[in-house]
Ligand binder design. Structure first.
Ligand code: BGC
Length: 265
């Protein structure tokens, strides 16, 4: 129960990596706020499951790219739980297109959710951490922020320029925040997942041919699962990682060691 007595807010927590992370944090003893935009029934199912672990959970519908909605979500969460200790900036999406055909709307939508959403949520979280101050009874850090990045913060991605640009920017958002608030004991880190089996990349794993071609990119030879990411999120949220801040942690079965170079070159 490494996170007992703490509260986490996870954005985009009703599916995929967000749902996996929310469950792992709940299993580690944290109360959890499940943020979602669509599919309230899925959010409620995650809330019910997490409550089964003996902690509290609530679902809040919020578009993370909208300032007033984000501020309302944090207000509601703090009203319910008293404060927040952990933010997992997870909500993200893809709108893929060849670059010369990409519309401004496709570009803007991805930047709004993936990048501006992380800005708005991190800002509210840091405001709450500064307002509340340290809680040495539950954690050495005054607050912890985990940004969901991607292997595509370092691997360029043709046909996904908007997405890769948003993830590259998250690296600097995360590191600059770690630098700015380190002296206030706020830790900020990124998780950089490779291919994790979730709805965002269904086309990459839902036929044997697609899965085989995906596995040629993964030295460890399996697709990742949301619980792989959940385990890392618990570590980064807990005092076990108290000396880690400003780090991008890759969790990708080796995707970033460029399997294509296993032979040749
Ligand atoms: C993307 C997935 C992709 C994975 C590896 C993730 O950030 O969202 O669609 O499968 O990177 O390329």
């Amino acid at each position: 129960m490494k996170l007992a007595g703490q509260t986490a807010l996870v954005t985009g927590a009703n599916s995929g990596i967000g749902a996996g992370v929310a469950k792992s944090l709940g299993q580690a003893g944290a109360n959890v706020v499940i943020n979602y935009v669509t599919k309230p029934d899925d959010a409620q199912a995650i809330v019910d499951e997490i409550k089964g672990y003996g902690v509290d959970a609530i679902a809040i519908q919020t578009d993370v790219s909208k300032e007033n909605q984000v501020q309302n979500m944090f207000r509601q969460a703090v009203e319910h739980f008293g404060t927040l200790d952990i933010l997992v900036n997870n909500a993200g999406l893809e709108r893929n297109a060849p670059f010369h055909e990409m519309t401004l709307q496709q570009w803007q939508f991805v930047i709004d959710v993936n990048l501006t959403g992380q800005f708005l949520c991190a800002r509210e979280a840091i405001r709450e951490f500064l307002r509340r101050g340290p809680r040495p009874d539950v954690s050495r850090a005054t607050g912890k922020i985990i940004c969901m990045s991607s292997v595509h913060e370092v691997i360029p991605w043709a046909g996904h320029v908007n997405y890769a640009s948003s993830k590259g920017a998250i690296k600097m958002l995360m590191q600059s925040l770690a630098q700015e608030y380190g002296d206030r004991q706020i830790r900020v880190n990124s998780i950089c997942p490779g291919a994790i089996q979730t709805p965002i990349n269904t086309a990459a794993w839902n036929t044997p041919q697609a899965m085989n071609s995906l596995l040629t990119l993964i030295p460890y030879n399996r697709i990742g699962k949301p619980e792989d990411i959940g385990n890392l999120a618990v570590f980064l949220a807990s005092d076990d990682s108290d000396y880690i801040t400003g780090a991008s942690i890759f969790i990708d079965g080796g995707m970033t060691v460029f399997e294509g170079f296993a032979t040749g070159g």
